[in-house]
Design a protein around this ligand. Structure first.
Ligand code: BES
Ligand code: ZN
Ligand code: ZN
Length: 492
């Protein structure tokens, strides 16, 4: 979607969205149109509650034939979340009518909400990839609308800057949704690498892809173990954004990239296994964030790392009880082959800290546990870490962006529970493995974090892929985390 501005309307414009507060009268528009709105309110066709929409057909010279009333709720309750949700709702409503553009009336109350408004429009415009035959087989585009147009008597610079930023971020989120929604036979290891390459190119970042051969040479035993049932190779992808003038040590983002998780010999049950192409939502989030940093002019040194593989069943696959040596040198007894995400993350976290021992923070994202989903549902990611300031700062970004994250604990005893009697570590607890399994997964990761590394882990199993979407989301992939991390990078 491109941003445009319009000073005057014409009958060629097929609609105009009028954002309306529950407790405010419209100004700036002709009296007879105001009267129409007031009578819709009187007839109780429209009250102005947030995200409420009502379409009026009018016959007014020089005006579009459709006026789309969009409720914004009470003005004192208006915020970014309401703006994002309301505009996403109206876009979803208009999209099936092939409107082409989204045109809305600007009023000064909207002035500082440009980013949220455009995010809502871009997110509401998402379009799931289609592999259906018979339709014109054009290349998939995750958004369909052409222009986002605001109608006002003059340009409003700061508002435009907000809108442009929101459109950019929205397209980054839609890119992540596309990756996460892709079936794993289509988004295989090579295809993921292609996307990483184009992200690096577009964002003028440095790219390094370690292939399975190099991963073996470096003795990244945990990635090798998860990958050994697969015939599709494995990659460790690193994208580095280091703009001129970047200050401070790098912030390192690490994302779990399991392109399909069968569970391995601890095979997943039929019910739910079909969604396991989403087990790379952490890696997709990292690519999405990296794709935006240059365009958003973020003057920070940021590194994105994603281990990428599938977790398969095969004669070569790891078996429960096998003992392997991770890249850190620590040995791990794999008591459950379905706890594979923490294994590939362990090696990726070691790689990150070996390569950049001086860093500002390491933050990882992973669809790590069903338990986190059970505890927090699809509205909060689990937020773990070893540094209160880092956790607080991620929590604040979560609140500002309406991408829920809720702190969960790592008890010292859970950290102890991940120590094995044969190997240094075990990948699941023995005996009480069902208890606090999201926290124990985090505890396992913590074993691979150096004492002086500030680290946080977001378990996005519940938020990355949903059946009951938020107003600005669609069923399946949400693109969760991009907005949160961009906000974090802008404010940390
Ligand atoms: N990818 C899954 C976690 C998951 C489950 C993500 C449901 C999204 C939806 C992960 O690899 C896994 O299988 N975890 C196990 C851990 C267990 C063996 C300790 C789980 O959560 O059951
Ligand atoms: Zn698993
Ligand atoms: Zn998994």
């Amino acid at each position: 979607m491109q941003l445009k501005f319009k000073k005057s309307l014409s009958n060629k414009d097929n609609h105009l969205i009028l954002p309306i507060f529950e407790d405010k009268k419209q100004s700036k528009i002709p009296e007879n149109i105001i009267a129409l709105i007031e009578s819709s309110k009187k007839n109780e066709d429209f009250s102005g509650k947030s995200s409420e929409t009502h379409i009026l057909t009018i016959n007014e010279p020089g005006w579009p034939s459709k006026l789309v009333l969009l409720g914004l709720g009470k003005s004192k309750d208006f915020n970014n979340a309401v703006a994002r949700e309301s505009f996403a709702t109206v876009v979803k409503k208009l999209k099936p009518q092939n409107v082409g553009n989204i045109i809305f009336n600007y009023t000064s109350e909207l002035g500082s909400y440009g980013q949220a408004i455009a995010e809502g429009c871009a997110l509401g415009d998402y379009h799931l990839g289609s592999y259906q035959t018979g339709k014109s087989e054009k290349k998939h585009k995750s958004s369909e609308l052409k222009n986002l147009i605001y109608f006002n008597d003059k340009k409003v610079k700061t508002f435009e800057a907000g809108l442009n930023k929101g459109l950019l971020i929205g397209s980054g989120v839609n890119f992540v949704r596309d990756l996460v929604n892709s079936p794993s036979n289509i988004l295989d290891v090579a295809e993921f690498a292609k996307h990483a390459r184009s992200v690096a190119k577009k964002s003028k970042s440095k790219l390094k892809i370690l292939t399975l051969k190099e991963i073996k040479k470096l003795k990244m035993g945990a990635i090798i173990a998860v990958n050994q049932g697969s015939n599709d190779g494995a990659n460790l992808v690193t994208i580095e954004h280091k703009p001129r003038g970047a200050k401070g040590d790098p912030i390192i983002l690490v994302g779990k990239g399991v392109l399909f998780d069968t569970g391995g010999y601890n095979l997943k049950p039929s019910n739910g296994i079909d969604t396991m192409h989403m087990d790379m939502a952490g890696a997709a989030l990292v690519l999405g964030v990296m794709s935006l940093l240059n365009d958003l002019d973020i003057k920070k040194h940021v590194i994105g790392i994603t281990p990428v593989t599938t977790n398969m069943v095969d004669a070569n696959a790891i078996k429960p009880n096998d003992i392997i040596t991770s890249y850190s040198g620590k040995t791990i007894q794999i008591l459950n082959t379905d706890a594979e995400g923490r294994l590939i993350l362990a090696d990726a976290l070691t790689y990150a800290q070996k390569k950049w021992p001086k860093n500002e923070a390491v933050i990882n994202f992973a669809t790590l546990t069903g338990a986190c989903m059970v505890a927090l549902g699809d509205r909060y990611a689990g937020l773990f870490g070893n540094d209160q300031k880092l956790i607080d700062s991620l929590k604040s970004s979560s609140e500002r962006t309406d991408e829920g994250a809720w702190p969960l604990p790592i008890h010292d005893d859970y950290f102890e529970a991940m120590k094995d009697d044969m190997a240094d570590l075990r990948n699941i607890d023995r005996g009480t493995s069902k208890l606090a399994s999201a926290s124990k997964a985090a505890a396992f990761l913590k074993h691979f974090i150096e004492d002086d590394t500030k680290w946080a882990h977001l378990d996005i199993a519940g938020t990355g892929f949903v059946n009951r979407p938020k107003k600005y989301d669609y069923q399946y992939a949400t693109g969760y985390g991009v907005r949160l991390i961009i906000d974090f990078l802008e404010n940390c």
